[in-house]
Structures are given as C-alpha cells and as structure tokens.
Ligand binder design. Structure first.
Ligand SMILES: [Zn+2]
Ligand SMILES: [Zn+2]
Length: 414
C-alpha cells in the first residue's frame, strides 16, 4: 500500500483543483455535505483497514505457500523487457479478477452490502473516488485467489493492486468529456459515470477497473448517451451523512428480511442471491415501493454557515490526524493507533450528526470534546512534558484542538 500513500498528496491536490474548476465554471458538482461524507467514508475505510487487512493477507499467503501451481521468483519482475512484460501481464490479470470482484459486488446481495458505499453519493466528483467500503475485507479476497494459485508474488500483487486503484481515481469527474478511441479500451470518466448511474439503461454496467475491454467481452458495456443524463446514486438512497451507517445500511435491510422470512432456504438465500431479490412472503408483508427516477430528489439538508465552518474545520483536523495515524501505523503497527483511531471515528460520527442537523448533535460534540480535553492533558503530562516526544506533541495538539473546537461549537446554530 506504499504506492497509495505516496499518491494521497496528488489525490488531494487534484481534488482541490477540480473543486476550483467547479467553482470557476459554476457547474455545482460539489456539495460540502456530500463531499465531506464521501471523504469521511474514505477516512473510515483507510483506518478501519489497519485492523482488518491482515485477514485476506494471511489467506493469500497461505494459498501462495501451499497451493501455488507455479513457483514465480519476484526477482523476475525487473525493468528488463521481459520483466516489464511480466508486470504488464500481472496488471492485466489483476484487472481481470477486479472485473469479476466488482461485477459480483453488484450482482450478489452480500457483496453489494459492502460495495454499495462507493455508490451512495448522489454527486460525482473526485471525492466520490475516495468513498470506499470498510467491509470489503470480508469476501473480496476470494476473487484474487486465482492469482496466488498461479504463483503471483505477494509484493507484485500489492503493487498492481495499488496501480489499479490509483488509475481509477481520475475517472470520477464530470469535467472530462468522452475521450475518443480510449473509450474502446480503457475505463474513462464517461464510461465510469455510466457505472455510477441509477438510470435503467445504465444500471449494472461498466465494471472494469483499468480496462473496459472486459465489459465489452462479457456483455456488460454501455456507452454514455447524449439524451440520457446520468442520475448518480443508488436506488435505495442512504439519506443521511453517517459514514458508519453508510457501511451498514444494506446489511441492515438484508438482515431485516432474513430474520422475518419463514423458510430457512430464504433466510440463507437472501444473502447470496441476486441483488434486489426478496422472498415472496417479505415482498407481500413489507412491499418496497419502486424508486421513481422522474421525481428523484437529492438528499440535501441545508447547512447554516456556522455549521459549514464547524464541519469543515472538524474534517480538516480529522484529515491531518489520518496522515499522522498512517505514519505511526507504518512504524509501529495497529495496536499503536487503536486509541487515536477510536477518537478519529468518534469525530467522523460527530461530523455526520452535525451535518444532518440532528437534535442532540451538539450535545454529542460537547461530550466528545470535553472527554478529549482531560485525555489530551493527561497524555501530555505523561508523555510530553518530561522531554518533548512525538506522542506528547500529538496529545498537546489534541488539547489545543478540543479547546478551539469547543469555542467554535458554542457559535454553531443549526
Ligand atoms: Zn461499483
Ligand atoms: Zn467508481
């Protein structure tokens, strides 16, 4: 994941640039509440990943060690012509598996429960690219097992995985039109916009990561049509700004049906059948109205400017916190970042509540910040005052942050 960490500053710069272009052109493709929610989901995904990424890695490592059909030496992957050819082959093989992981992520209910997070935004901009799931670790690894059966060295896998994900960042924009011949071979902004659409003709299309060729080959390709503007989002809208709920929403409605339906076959079937399938008794007892796209309204509770200021300030601090946490994780592993992650997640939760204008949001923030203050002070004395240490500085800054935030919170009126 080294490469992705290196790419983060470029992601942020590109995001700011796109935001500026959006303002200059007056296109209105960015909404503060939506972008902050997408970035919060991304932040949660990265930090939650510190504690879950081991599971797939252990399984892949085990398969590679015990069941690999070919023994592949990582040293073959160098910058010689043959080495580069092997890299290209590895990337294309990864992209092929990605296509199937992604396609099944839409077509099978329990896999959709994880992937839906990426699609809940009703806008489409570079912040949508960073909107990623926190529960993908549960099953997605299955689709990459073939690579390890063919002996792909783990470090090669990590690199091509990162390259595939980094490629997908730039296609999440409405500011780039169709790109001629590239549309036939590569995933582009235009054909990926189709992938994020709710429109009947676009839904469940264009699953490719880097290559769109897979969709053309397996019959899931759809071009963006001039006369059919894309409506972004999912058919069962998230309709809130809570990044935790974003990750649980689909599991929740599958669970709702699974515990109430009568037959055991259906209780199990709900999870593994085609997305959208429901048992007949549940369709009858709890019918769900079809989404009417003609009257589709974006979820957009209004912000007062004091709320906007507060939420933006909180998210910027959270983003800086993530960079720091990432650095500590790389040096010292997951246990060293557990407490900072818990504090960060509480901040993301609070940001969601305040953005929704919920009753009780301010109370949650008061309590959160008032807990942070003595915690910051205690750690500062414990770790920092004797001689200045990095953790000491962190907890000291946390103290300053909570004091300033309390001041800002006092001025919030919803
Ligand atoms: Zn998707
Ligand atoms: Zn996407």
């Amino acid at each position: 994941m080294e490469l992705i960490a290196l790419a983060v500053p470029f992601f942020l710069l590109a995001l700011l640039l796109e935001f500026a272009v959006d303002r200059v052109r007056g296109t209105g493709y960015y909404r503060t509440n939506d972008a902050i929610n997408s970035l919060s989901a991304g932040t949660l995904s990265v930090t939650f990943g510190y504690f879950t990424r081991l599971l797939p890695a252990v399984i892949w490592g085990y398969v590679l060690q015990n069941f690999a059909l070919i023994e592949v030496d990582p040293a073959w992957f160098d910058v010689s012509p043959l080495g580069l050819l092997l890299w290209a082959l590895a990337l294309i093989s990864f992209d092929f598996c990605y296509y199937w992981a992604h396609r099944m992520g839409h077509e099978i209910s329990i896999l959709w429960a994880a992937h839906a997070v990426h699609h809940q935004s009703e806008e489409y901009n570079l912040s949508t690219a960073l909107r990623q799931t926190s529960t993908g670790f549960l099953f997605t690894w299955l689709f990459y097992l073939p690579l390890f059966l063919f002996g792909m060295p783990f470090e090669v896998f990590v690199t091509v995985n990162a390259l595939d994900l980094i490629y997908q960042f730039w296609v999440h924009t409405r500011h780039i039109d169709r790109l001629g011949w590239m549309e036939r071979i590569f995933v582009t902004p235009s054909n990926h916009r189709v992938h994020h659409a709710q429109n009947d003709i676009y839904i469940d299309r264009n699953y490719g990561g880097i290559l769109i060729i897979w969709d053309r080959l397996f019959g899931t390709f759809q071009d963006e049509q001039e006369d059919e503007p894309v409506l972004f989002g999912v058919r069962k809208p998230l309709a809130n700004w809570n990044p935790f709920w974003a990750n649980l929403q689909v599991y929740d409605y599958l669970w709702f049906d699974a515990v109430r339906t009568a037959r055991w076959r259906d209780k199990l079937g709900i999870w593994v059948r085609r997305t959208g399938w429901r048992p007949a008794d549940m369709e009858h007892a709890y019918p769900k109205s079809e989404a009417d796209l003609a009257t589709f309204d974006k979820y957009d509770p209004r912000f007062s400017s004091s709320v906007r200021r507060y939420v933006l300030a909180q998210y910027i601090v959270a983003a800086v916190g993530v960079l720091w946490i990432g650095g500590v994780f790389a040096q010292e592993g997951p246990m060293a970042v557990l407490l900072p992650c818990l504090l960060l997640w509480a901040a993301l939760f609070g940001i969601g509540l305040v953005s929704e204008g919920r009753a009780g949001a301010k109370r949650f923030e008061w309590i959160r910040l008032l807990i942070l203050m003595p915690l910051g002070a205690w750690f500062l004395v414990e770790l920092g005052l004797v001689n200045i240490t990095v953790p000491g500085v962190f907890w000291g800054l946390l103290l300053v942050y909570s004091a300033l935030s309390l001041g800002l919170l006092a001025r919030v009126n919803a």
